[in-house]
Ligand binder design. Structure first.
Ligand code: GLY
Length: 462
């Protein structure tokens, strides 16, 4: 945990943005795998962590704006718990670490909120994403679980998003710890990958690496020779000579801050000429995008610029044709680059996505497009100092998408389908780094993980 004053200051800042009612924060509970006592690794709710810091299940907290009260709800461990789990801190000790003075048993949460409802006071809650918390809210508020998201408090969501979007120095330090783990994972991969191994043989080592460094992964590892499948969870393929391997992974620091970096490796340790050409286009798009990042720029404009670099490169390869601006405006590049350039990152790898992607990445000035590809852009709005975001362009050859578009002759003025045939089995390439928006520009966070062609080849060839 950070020092107690940090949590108090964060809460005071939040309080200053909202005027009436009760702010409710539900921590997460243990999540059973196959029976109640056999649980998935515990992950605290990130907003709860941000304002209260306590990384334990079964907690809730309120900030009563009318009564100027802050209360942590949780139960002290019983001696039976301690027999199985060892000595545990008292709730009051945990509360003190977050600069809270009032603690109450869990059962009193419902009482407190029911009384407030009878007094016609507003209870502000955030969109719940776990079923057990939905049931808890349904019981307390009398709103059906499947309707809760419509009743979540928009002012509360907006205030939290505004605050969590701007990372403080101590948060950047934690993100860089997550990136140290991420760095070690990628270096391990570059040294371990070789033809003939199954994907899981290396993927398992990489997950172990995160644990051996005292962390874990911030999201399930993407490790695939079929990188054209954007979030491929399958890891049973044998890695073969001539294939490209996409590794999209993030360490999670013990504080729960995330990293998220992608590298694409040639399985043999040496890119073919054809692979080099496509790789260099993606790298150029990423470099262009990173160079553009500064306060005030709209991330959608950065995304579109990266799309133009990709279109230009593909035109030079003979895979696209026509006017580049018009091709990007029409969305023709999305056959090859069908996702957004990046997203916010912090305590969550897709930071605050539970609060609503549009609150995080869009605002009154910029609305989400419904064009294929651009619609997947998670972050479009103007950047501000303190934002941490990913820059992750890619080029993919997705046979099913190519076939679908070709059948309709879609964008045939921009796409050279005949030439594309030779690339059907190319796979995919994505290159991703995590960037801090500074007062004047940006800084790439973490130690540089090689991404130039010769740098990757040098490490892979030992
Ligand atoms: N790096 C995984 C994702 O952004 O979804």
């Amino acid at each position: 945990m950070f020092e107690a004053a940090i949590y108090k200051n964060r809460r005071n800042q939040l309080i200053s943005k909202l005027d009436k009612g009760i702010l409710l924060f539900l921590g997460n509970n243990e999540s059973p795998m196959n029976y109640p006592a056999n649980v998935y690794p515990f992950r605290q709710d990130s907003t709860f962590l941000y304002y209260f810091g306590i990384d334990l299940p079964g907690l809730a907290a309120i900030i009563d704006l009318d009564e100027q009260n802050e209360i942590l709800f949780g139960d002290d461990f019983s001696v039976d718990d301690i027999v199985w789990m060892g000595p545990q801190p008292k709730m009051a000790e945990l509360a003190a670490k977050a600069a809270l003075t009032q603690v109450a048993p869990s059962a009193q949460l419902k009482e407190y909120l029911s009384k407030a409802l009878q007094q016609d006071r507003k209870i502000h809650f955030l969109p719940p994403y776990r079923q057990d918390n939905m049931i808890k809210l349904q019981e307390i508020l009398g709103i059906r679980a499947n309707q809760l998201k419509h009743y979540a408090s928009v002012p509360f969501i907006k205030a939290v998003v505004e605050q969590r979007s701007v990372k403080s120095e101590e948060e950047i330090e934690e993100i860089e710890k997550a990136l140290d783990i991420t760095y070690q994972i990628h270096l391990e991969a570059m040294k371990s990958v070789r033809p003939g191994l199954k994907e899981y043989e290396v993927a398992g080592i990489l997950q172990g690496k995160a644990f051996s460094l005292g962390g874990r992964l911030s999201f399930p590892l993407i490790f695939s020779v079929h990188g054209e499948i954007l979030h491929n969870p399958f890891q049973l393929n044998e890695m073969q000579k001539g294939q490209l391997l996409v590794i999209d992974c993030g360490g999670e620091a013990p504080s729960r801050y995330a990293g998220d970096i992608t590298r694409t490796l040639p399985v043999t340790g040496k890119f073919s000429e054809e692979q080099k050409a496509v790789y260099q286009i993606v790298l150029n798009a990423q470099t262009t995008a990173i160079e553009m990042i500064k306060p005030g720029i709209k991330y959608r404009d950065v995304h579109l610029e990266a799309a133009k670099v990709i279109t230009l490169g593909l035109k030079e390869l003979g895979l696209m044709k026509g006017n580049i601006e018009e091709a990007v405006q029409a969305g023709a590049h999305a056959l090859f680059f069908p996702h957004g350039l990046g997203h916010m990152m912090g305590l969550d790898v897709h930071d605050m996505e539970d609060l609503g992607e549009d609150y995080v990445g869009y605002d009154e000035k910029i609305k989400r497009s419904d064009q294929f590809g651009l619609a997947y852009l998670r972050l479009a709005r103007e950047l501000k100092p303190g934002f941490v975001l990913t820059v992750e362009p890619g080029i993919y050859f997705i046979p099913q998408l190519i076939d679908l578009w070709q059948k309709d002759n879609k964008f045939s003025q921009f796409i050279n389908y005949e030439r594309l045939e030779a690339y059907r089995h190319f796979g995919g390439i994505r290159i991703e780094d995590d960037i801090l928006v500074t007062e004047n520009g940006s800084r790439v966070l973490g130690k540089l993980i090689p991404k130039q062609i010769d740098g990757i080849e040098a490490i892979m060839q030992g």
